[in-house]
Write a protein that binds this ligand. Sequence first.
Ligand code: M6R
Length: 607
Amino acid sequence: MCGIVGILGREPVAMRLVEALRRLEYRGYDSAGIAVLENGVLKRVRAAGKLRNLVQKLSDADLQSTIGIGHTRWATHGGPSEANAHPHIAGRVAIVHNGIIENFKELREQLQHRGIQPESDTDTEIVAHLINVALEEGATPKEAVLSVLEELRGAFAFAIIFEGHDNLMIGARRGSPLAVGHGEGEMMLGSDAIALAPFTSRITYLEDGDVVFLTREGFEILDGERRHVIRPMQFTQAASLLVDKGGYKHFMAKEMHEQPDVLGHTMSEYLDFANGRVRLPELPVDLKALGRMTITACGTAFYAGMVGKYWLEQLARLPVEVDVASEFRYREAPLDAGGLSLVISQSGETADTLAALRYCKARGQKVAAVVNVPESTIARESDVVLRTFAGPEIGVASTKAFTCQLVVLAAFALAVARERGHVDAEREQELVRALQQVPRLVVQALEQEEKVAKVAHELAHASDILYLGRGINYPLALEGALKFKEISYIHAEGYAAGELKHGPIALIDEKVPVVVIAPRDALFEKTVSNMEEVAARGAKIVLITDEAGAMEHGAKAFETITVPAADPFISPLLYAIPVQLLAYHAAVFLGTDVDQPRNLAKSVTVE
Ligand code: M6R
């Protein structure tokens, strides 16, 4: 998703802007650019593709300006070309934008009636023109921005500079995130604290609707009602966050291997190992009286939610509906006031999930959020935050955030089950002990990497792959297929193993490998029957199972990957590992851009 940065500084800013943009690369982008005020005149350098293209162009530019804005663009309105790259300039205004202006067509027509013809296909350029028109009509920059904001519908974060104003930068946010950075005699804007980490750890997060006016000496904020407000300054740890690959070839590899650590860290927040108890922050609802619960999320976080449903229904006997957030918000689901909704999001900024959260709150529900970024909008707007401690996840393909979400959901389900009287102290202890073993067992699962890589190289030759799973491992089949397609660009689909014969089995022939996720649990024999159905039709089977499963049925598979045997309660946490490794090694083999796969963004802040 687009990334924004702005620096009102004391030294030349061009390369500092690039440094900040580099830290936003993880959000996904397809073009980049900066604009500065060079000797009082707006100068812009933009390039399609990666930041290195922009850097190359900048090397010829010799920019000395101390005020500038920069942007990494993930195309929404208009393709990923240089002409559509930000910043956009109209007259005396340069602007960068994250989000979507929904009424841009009407606004564009209004401009065209005035004889103004935009150069790009973007919604952002329209905003630059509107502000410039207001300036030409005599408004000050502040008045111009405030009046144009009134005309905009949609989601946005902006950073804006003005020709003739060397000591002014204006930021605004509605929907998309924006933070103010406080330097020594300089001020900044950024989509997040990580972007500003090289320059400051003092951050003020803007609230929805805020507009901020920065000078080198300070700043003032107006809220959505245009009242002066003071937002707190926080010291963030973003500066100390390791945004390097730690010796791995890709962030994704590093993040997969961090799982034993971050899972342990997340568990230590929610599990009291000494007493075999779960400890959760107090939930603002009477769990005993709860008739149902809703979980909403997108992508991988949605699959974590599906696993959560199995745990909550089996352990806590609580009916759970899981929805993809983009559907949930529009299907007008009836919700009981006083009920509980759970949203799950790594970034805490996903527009659809945020909208689902707001939908639930508007209907009187209490919202608990499983998020990885504690300062995020979703965290701030929820009643209770159940934080994952995965650390920054840079690879677009979610790995460690997913397994940390599973840990929080397992602890949550256990706490709800205890509260509702479906799990006694002894069973609680057993399940806490099972969870306690996860980091060690994940280390063992990661030790299979070499073997998994060989299998991945085989799969990399396929055009289509099916993933099958049953029960609580069905969401793992969906996650395996999502992971595979997003980074290797090979078509993959996940199915409930028993559903195959109702249609998808028609796809099977010797060219379609089938990955079967089947721990030796109560459903194993059933899944093996489904495996035999596809094997009989010539499919090459990759069986992911434990030692016992491999002994019994490994011979029927073309390849078998083993996962440590464990309590079925924790199996999704362990089977996630080979599923991630398979996708990763296929992508590396194929030479794709593993950490920033084409067309994808890390944080999807548009609908
Ligand atoms: O930040 P979120 O967890 O809300 O993001 C949700 C999805 O966009 C995300 O999980 C996406 O599906 C990942 N690329 C999957 O690897």
